[in-house]
Design a protein around this ligand. Structure first.
Ligand SMILES: [Zn+2]
Length: 215
């Protein structure tokens, strides 16, 4: 695959983004959060473009050639590679929040089980956990953090519409789960997106443990 960049995007900038995505992906794969080539990762490159993982690649072995450019409608730019089927959920985050520069989507066992368990409520309410402070804007464990659980579908416009509806209702959104599928979260930079993902994985694991213990 060869990636031809628009004249407005320096190769150095695209390579920096591609390397940051590949680094994050390898690390998350090592933790077992990206089984069987699932999951996808992206970063904003400029106001009109994002770099995202090519569909179907082993996330533990990503290099620069496994990252491609898309526009903010999720269409490939300068390559015939195929972006992830869920690219529209990434570009939606960049369109909705100009300050967001990295989006991570994984399929860990904890995320998958939690999504099934809480799907009937449509939301997981996190409160009383110190680690909620890892989420942007949450200064205390006394804050309430609602993570919606949306029904799974292979029809991306349906999911995009559900996410839009949540945001348009004025409800804070730092992450969402998709039932039986996985989690999406994001950040102002890759470090923040990774912090959010790690914190949420931990918090969902704690909620599952409480259920197991009937606490
Ligand atoms: Zn997925």
């Amino acid at each position: 695959m060869s990636q031809v960049l628009p004249a407005t995007i320096p190769a150095k900038l695209f390579h920096e983004r591609a390397d940051a995505i590949a680094d994050a992906a390898r690390d998350l794969a090592q933790r077992g959060w990206t089984p069987a080539t699932s999951s996808n990762f992206s970063m904003r490159v400029d106001a009109a473009h994002a770099a995202i993982t090519v569909s179907g690649r082993d996330k533990g072995k990503l290099g620069r050639n496994d990252i491609m450019l898309v526009d903010m409608d999720g269409k490939a730019v300068g390559t015939d590679a195929r972006p992830s089927a869920e690219t529209e959920l990434h570009t939606q985050a960049y369109r909705r929040w100009p300050e967001v520069n990295a989006v991570l989507h994984t399929h860990s066992r904890t995320q998958s089980v939690a999504s099934r368990l809480f799907a009937k409520h449509g939301v997981i309410r996190l409160e009383g956990w110190e680690l909620q402070k890892a989420i942007r804007g949450h200064a205390t464990h006394e804050s309430v953090l609602d993570i919606p659980v949306f029904p799974n579908t292979q029809h991306m416009p349906e999911l995009v519409a559900r996410v839009d509806a949540w945001i348009d209702a004025g409800k804070p959104l730092h992450a969402y789960l998709i039932n039986g599928h996985g989690i999406y979260t994001w950040g102002h930079d890759m470090a923040e997106a990774r912090r959010h993902l790690e914190a949420l994985e931990f918090l969902l694991g704690c909620e599952l443990d409480l259920k197991r213990l009937n606490a």
